[in-house]
Each structure stands twice: as C-alpha cells, then as structure tokens.
Ligand binder design. Structure first.
Ligand code: GLN
Length: 544
C-alpha cells in the first residue's frame, strides 16, 4: 500500500517547504523506495500559467505540458524524475471539477458544499497517483501557511485522510520557524507552539516538526518544543540555514528524519541511503577550480524566483565544469548601445532569458548584437532565441524594422510570427505550445556536439515561432537553423556559424537540468565561458 507524507507550513511563508519535501523524498528514494511528490496550491487560478512571475515566481512546465508551481522543478531536480499535471493541483482546478460535475447533474439533487464535496475531490486527487501502484511513498506538500482561510479545506482533507489511512500509512511533517531574537540572545519557540496549536484546532497533530533556525537547537529547546507540541523529542528536527539547497538532504539525514519516518510506518527492511553521487556533486560544488561571470539578461530580475530553473541549471552546469559561475543579473531595460560594452566588460558569457511582451525587448536585442559582434559565448532561451533572430534580421540581413509580431504586428519582416493554429485562440490559460516535443539536430552543429545525440526532447512554453518563410535567408547569411521539430518542421534551435558559442533555442532547456546530470546547453555555455576568459587573458598579455 502506498504511504502518504503530508508537509504543512506554519508561522510564515518562504521557509522552504519545497526543499524540505524534496529532501525527505530524496532520502527515501536513496533507500531504494519509489517516491513522488505533489503540490496542492490554495489559490483560485486553475494553474500558475496566467500568473505574472512577480506574483508567484517562475512557472514550471512538465513533459505533459502542465504549467505548474516552481516547487515541481525542485522535485524533478532533486529526484531526477519527471512529474506531470497530476502532481500539481490548485483550488481552481478542484472547484472546476466539482462545478463541472454539478452541471452534469452528478450530485443527484444534493446541495454541493465545501464539506464533503470539495474535500472529497481534494482527497481523491491526493490519492490519485497512489492508484497507479508505482509508488511506495507519496509526499504531498500543501501550499500556503496553516491558519490561512483558503488552506482550511486542505487541512480538513489531510485530517480525514490521516484517519482513513491510519498511523502506519500516513504522517504529517510540519515546517515551522524558530526565530532568534538577537537583543535577548535567545531562540523563541512560541510561534511554533502557536502554529501547532492552530493545526490541532483543526484536528491534526503533527508527527514530525522541522524547525527552520539560524542557530543550533539545544537539547533543552528540542525538549521544550516536543513537550509543548506533543511530538517525540527526536521528531523535533533542526533545519539550520544551509549554504546550498543541495546540502539539505544531508542535513536531514544527520537529523535522522528518514529513520523516524520509516519507524513510524513500520518499514524495517530498507537499506541505508545511497547518496554517493549526490555527495560527489556537493564536493565538486564546494571545491571549484575556476570562476566565470555570466550575465543573466531579463526583465524580472528583481525577484530571484522568477528565473529559478535557470539559476539552478547554472549551478549544475558549472559544477559539471568544476567551475563557480557568478550570475550577474542585468535588467534588460537598462541596456543601451551606449552602455553595453561597459555593462558586459567583466562578463564571460551571456544568457538572454524567456519572457513576454515589449518591455525591455530593445535591451535584449542590443545585448545580443554585442555578444554576436564580440564573440562572447551566448545562450538564448525562448524569447531569447526570438530576439537573436530579430537582431540578426535587422543588423545582418538589413531587414530594417524586423520584429516578432508579438511586439509589432505591423512589421514588414515578421521573422517571428504566430502559427495558423494559434491565430484563432482567444483565451490565455493553457493555450500556448506546451510540453515536450521531439527535435532533430543538424550533423556537425555545435548544439549536436553539446547533446552528443541527434534526437532530443525538450519542453516548450510559447505562442510565437520562427517564421519559416525567411529560413533560407538566415541560413545563407550564417545564422543556421540547427534544430528542427520532427513533426511540424518548426525551427527549434539556431546558431551562428562563425562564433565560438552562440546557440539559441525555442524550448526551455532549464526544465530538464538535474543535479547530477547537468544540461548540455548550460554546461556548454559555462565551458565556452571558461575558454573565452582564458583567451581574453592571453590576448591581454600579448598586447602588453
Ligand atoms: N513571448 C514569446 C512567445 O510567446 C516567448 C515566450 C517565452 O519566452 N517563454 O512566443
């Protein structure tokens, strides 16, 4: 029977519930158990696809084209698994199913209510992945903080499930904060006590408390928390602030969280966690032998979470090169022809990020012109590729007002345009080209060398496409179309023939980068940046 672990959060948001859930999952997986994680979000949007990144951070995309919460990115990266739409459910989706059923008359004249109808639908979805028989453990992370009005139906569903499944098949991990008051020189347990009390009011007493803290928890503090919160002392887990999110599974292992879980679930015969490749990754992460500076050009840089998967893919890609990549975020609106040389003076590589709409677009194009002309390693992703195509069209092909029709519907050179099937779509939610598509890479190209294979599968999230009407002109002039969608013939990747590393892709490689298997395009950009830095040094010396 599949066992369920529910992860709730108290005191405040942003405590890193996703990382704790992923770390617990990692430890169980490392013991040979089959594990997946799902997230239930209390907001009313059907999915986060329609949310501005400033609201909720990056929108993560799965193979099956689900637009999901960014925590699914952590789940996939930590576990090396692929999740799907079933792994992310929102209140909007729950209500949509219940209302659809009501309209079909399936409630047979009953009054449809939060309890039992909404909670039944939540419970059904919480158990769904377990029905496949593919998992020993399902970890369910509840978005939001205990005490929020919109979280109540989820908490009630967990209460019912805990009762239905029984104590050896389910448990609740509650993540809280133990703040340190520097004026008093003390760690404070009261917010945790209140948060556990809030859970108890709703009929749930947590089995394990994971306590975020800046300082070590003494045995006395652990005992105090245990006594007032009704948990075993060893189930009060210290979660110290870590240098890297990838340290957290090891910190959790040292606190024996996995052993406590297995004991409560009466699982005795499982081997010790096998984490050697994870530990190997951490060793390389902490001992880089070189350093590069990479510019990340985007328009949501004020919020770190807006480019979460890109940031993490850079970590994996640089560790793969035994390198530390210092990511310098640059707002695309700040880049002008007059300051680009100065802004990029210390950068060894540039990534132009995905995005939507006109704001900052000319800065992105200016950045690409500069890296093209100055042989600086470059990776363009989605809108980043579209800007590379526009830049080349304007400045090399001399298509003066070339643009994407997303930005300028009247352009005389629509080098990036909507496909016919997109033209008739009027609603925004879930209607882009989404999810995994097959792409064939051209022999002899840089991208093919990076992937070391001819056929790849990558995830998409965009409406606009390279306009094949202009394909020959680009190829003749040296921006070659090196990745082609096997089914539709759409261009998925371009690169400059005469440039050390200028690769731009319509898909999102960042969604497929994993901790111990770095993505070839990120690894490729870092390795080109290392080379560029070395060459720049040598040529400086020669000039002297
Ligand atoms: N705005 C562009 C499009 O819709 C690019 C999207 C993206 O970068 N994800 O095609």
């Amino acid at each position: 029977m599949t066992k369920h672990i529910f992860v709730t959060g108290g005191v405040t948001s942003s405590l890193g519930k996703g990382i704790i859930a992923s770390s617990i999952a990692k430890l169980l997986q490392a013991r040979g158990l089959r594990v997946t994680i799902q997230k239930f979000d209390p907001y009313i949007n059907v999915d986060p696809g329609t949310l501005n990144p400033y609201e909720h951070g990056e929108c993560y995309v799965t193979d099956d084209g689900a637009e999901t919460d960014l925590d699914l990115g952590h789940y996939e990266r930590f576990l090396g698994i692929n999740t799907s739409q079933a792994n992310n459910v929102t209140t909007g989706r729950i209500y949509q199913s219940v209302i659809d059923k009501e309209r079909k008359g399936e409630y047979l004249g009953k009054t449809v209510q939060v309890i039992p109808h909404i909670t039944d639908e939540i419970k059904r979805r919480m158990l769904l992945l377990g029905k496949t028989g593919n998992y020993d453990f399902i970890i369910t992370e509840l978005g939001g903080t205990v005490g929020d009005i919109e979280s109540l139906p989820y908490i009630e569903s967990v209460r019912q499930l805990k009762w239905e499944l029984g104590p050896t098949n389910s448990l609740v991990v509650h993540l809280t904060l133990i703040p340190y008051l520097s004026a008093a020189g003390e760690l404070k347990t009261k917010p945790t006590q209140h948060s556990v009390k809030e859970l108890s009011k709703n009929g749930i007493s947590p089995d394990i408390l994971v306590c975020r803290t800046e300082h070590s928890l003494s045995s006395e503090i652990k005992l105090k928390i245990a006594r007032f919160c009704n948990v075993e002392k060893r189930a009060v887990i210290e979660a110290r602030d870590a240098e890297s999110i990838y340290d957290v599974p090891i910190l959790m292992k040292n606190e024996k969280i996995d052993e406590i879980i297995l004991q409560q679930m009466r699982i005795s015969s499982f081997k010790n966690p096998e984490l050697s490749s994870w530990e190997g990754f951490l060793k390389r992460l902490k001992n880089p032998t070189r350093k590069v500076n990479i510019g990340l050009i985007g328009k949501y840089i004020e919020l770190k979470d807006a480019y979460k998967s890109i940031q993490e893919a850079f970590v994996h890609g640089s560790v793969n090169n035994d390198c530390k990549a210092n990511i310098v975020s640059i707002h695309s609106e700040s880049i002008k022809a007059s300051n680009v040389a100065e802004l990029f003076a210390n950068l060894d590589g540039i990534l132009v990020a995905p995005g939507f709409g006109n704001r900052g677009i000319e800065g992105k194009i200016e950045a690409i012109k500069y890296v093209r002309e100055n042989n600086i390693p470059f990776l363009g992703i989605c809108l980043g590729m579209q800007c590379a195509v526009v830049e080349f069209a304007r400045n090399v092909l001399n298509f003066e007002d070339a643009h994407s029709t997303e930005m300028d519907p009247e352009t005389s050179f629509p080098v990036i345009d909507l496909m016919d099937e997109q033209k008739s779509i009027t609603t925004k939610g879930g209607t882009m080209r989404l999810g995994s598509y097959e792409c064939k890479l051209q022999k002899g190209s840089k991208i093919k060398k990076a992937y070391k294979k001819e056929t790849i599968f990558e995830r998409h999230r965009h409406r606009y496409e390279f306009n094949n009407e202009f394909k020959d002109r680009f190829n003749e002039a040296g921006l070659i179309t090196t990745g082609i969608n096997t089914e539709s013939g759409l261009v998925e990747a371009v690169e400059l023939k005469k440039h050390p590393w200028f690769v731009a892709v319509q898909f999102h490689p960042e969604f497929r980068s994993r901790v111990t298997t770095a993505h070839p395009l990120f690894s490729g950009l870092i390795s080109a940046a290392i080379k560029h830095k070395l060459e720049a040094k040598t040529s400086k010396k020669e000039l002297k």
